[in-house]
Design a protein around this ligand. Structure first.
Ligand code: BYC
Ligand code: FE
Ligand code: FE
Length: 471
């Protein structure tokens, strides 16, 4: 039996017998999943974590020591801002939905299941990292991200169990059954089956893949289906921390590498025990291009349908300065599409079918800002190397560029050229082995592994040498 107090919520769980029953059946399966596939170490240790206990600003950042299995995974909907109407697509101006219209059931189920699937997947991918944590501060951040991704799973399972009946309950079970990287039952989207072997992978993932989460959740927050809008809006408050972890951590690595280069007579970062900036660039190339695939195809009739029916909008759809036209029945998106030989020609795609590309473009702009901030670290060290995002065409497995080869500048390569040069662009086994060789665990409070700088400040005003994980 789980008491509703154990599940902080603002969905009236204590008075919703059907939902309570469904969650009670699911809860032990979730706990088994958490123990089998969640963080492999330190489940019995006290971690200084933030728990959401309510949706008010005072309630969603509650810090205290907890053991992860005792984390209070809650179900929260951001408050409705008055009577919502559908603000884009064919049903513009109609009342937003508290329940799901039958004709959209299938699409909404697919969107929610796809979103839900990524959350436990990321926890599985990050399962072993604590063993090589570069500090207690970083280990705590990893665990914070893990428990919150698990809460995001709860948020989506709530929607499935509350609004999709038996189908929803079955989907909720399958979410615990599929597994990142599994041969027989992999996770749905490609990036969520890629191994996260090192902390460099993790920090890139938190920068580029969690950022896809920000944009996808933002698009779903515009949904005509109120409960989906409300739960994704609350998830976004937690997502900001994941992006912070990614961005500031890579900044610490980049700056450290520049310092180590300057300490070496030949600027040999490896000899100084750091991660060469060329290797960091390759990891960026990998995780960024993989995350671009998460937006789906640039030219997508699914995306057009989702927009038309009000299920999924653009990022900040409600901003009519940014998007003056809420219907998008006219106008086109210019996409460079490769022909059979890979030569690019411009194609004009009806706007609605380009919704994945439009969302992706907002994401790219955001990533560009991150690159600027990382490069500022190099400027501050007066070190001339600069990091950059590869072309959108580079290394794509989904969408119009899949099946062709492009270099990071976006130039077409033959299969032969690609094979010869791939190791210039993407991490080689040797690179991976090298990065792996630097990974060792540091658990003395306030100390950091050699390859990364300390952060500027601690968590929640605590000092950097605070005991974030009680060993
Ligand atoms: N890998 O018309 P298409 C996060 C499939 S991250 C494998 O191109 P559509 C998080 C697609 O499913 C945010 N398959 O695209 C981050 C479809 O399959 P079916 C996750 C892929 O339909 C870090 C087919 O290709 N949230 O939260 O517009 C840590 C053709 O589809 C991929 C969401 O994604 C891929 N990369 O789908 C923790 C939001 N891309 O139906 C968490 C929900 C496409 O033909 N999902 N396919 O078998 C969606 O909005 C959409 O489903 C997609 C694009 C964005 C995935
Ligand atoms: Fe998430
Ligand atoms: Fe996240």
């Amino acid at each position: 039996m789980i008491s509703h107090e154990l599940i902080p919520n603002n969905v009236n769980l204590s008075r919703n017998r059907k939902l309570k029953k469904a969650l009670e059946a699911w809860h032990p399966k979730f706990m088994k999943w958490w123990n089998d596939k969640g963080p492999a170490y330190y489940q019995d240790k006290e971690i200084y974590l933030r728990t959401a206990v309510s949706v008010e600003p005072s309630g969603w950042a509650h810090f205290k020591y907890v053991k992860m299995p005792e984390y209070r995974w809650g179900i929260f909907l951001a408050p409705l801002e008055g009577e919502r109407t559908i603000h884009f697509g064919d049903r513009l101006g109609e009342k937003a939905w508290d329940f799901i219209p039958g004709e959209h059931r299938k699409d909404l189920r697919r969107l929610i299941v796809t979103q839900a699937d990524t959350e436990p997947a990321s926890v599985e991918q990050q399962r072993l990292l604590a063993a090589t944590a570069p500090s207690l501060y970083d280990m705590r951040n990893l665990f914070q991200v893990n428990v919150e991704e698990a809460r995001h799973l709860w948020a989506m399972v709530y929607l499935l169990q509350q609004f999709f009946g038996r189908d929803g309950r079955e989907e909720a079970e399958e979410l615990l059954y599929r597994c990142a990287g599994s041969q027989d039952s992999p996770r749905i989207l490609s990036t969520f089956n890629e191994p996260i072997e090192t902390w460099l992978d993790f920090f890139c993932f938190a920068t580029f893949t969690d950022r896809d989460g920000k944009y996808q959740l933002g698009a779903l927050a515009e949904s005509a289906f109120n409960p989906l809008s409300q739960s994704t809006r609350f998830m976004l408050t937690e997502e900001a921390h994941h992006l912070f972890v990614g961005e500031t951590s890579i900044a610490r690595v980049v700056r450290r590498s520049a310092q180590l280069a300057k300490e070496d007579p030949e600027e040999d970062i490896k000899r100084q025990g750091g991660i060469p900036l060329e290797i960091i660039q390759k990891y960026i190339n990998f995780w960024y291009s993989s995350s671009l695939d998460l937006f789906g195809s640039e030219n997508s009739s699914n995306a057009a349908n989702f927009f038309a029916s009000g299920l999924k909008g653009r990022f900040n759809e409600g901003n009519r300065k940014l998007y003056p036209d809420p219907k998008c029945l006219e106008g086109t998106y210019v996409l460079e599409v490769p022909d059979k030989e890979g030569n690019l020609r411009e194609e004009h795609i009806p706007l609605r079918k380009a919704m994945n590309a439009i969302l992706r473009d907002s994401y790219i702009q955001d990533c560009e800002r991150v690159m600027k901030r990382w490069n500022r670290q190099l400027e501050k060290e007066d070190y001339p190397f600069r990091l950059r995002l590869p072309s959108v065409r580079f290394n794509r497995k989904i969408g119009v560029y899949a099946g062709h080869h492009f270099d990071p500048e976006g130039n077409l390569l033959t299969a032969e050229q690609w094979e010869r040069r791939e190791e210039e662009f993407l991490p080689t086994q040797e690179d991976r082995d090298y990065v792996q060789s630097l990974m060792y665990q540091v658990i003395e409070p306030g100390k950091f592994a050699h390859w990364i700088l300390a952060p500027k400040k601690g968590i929640n005003g605590k000092p950097i040498d605070f005991e974030y994980v009680r060993m």
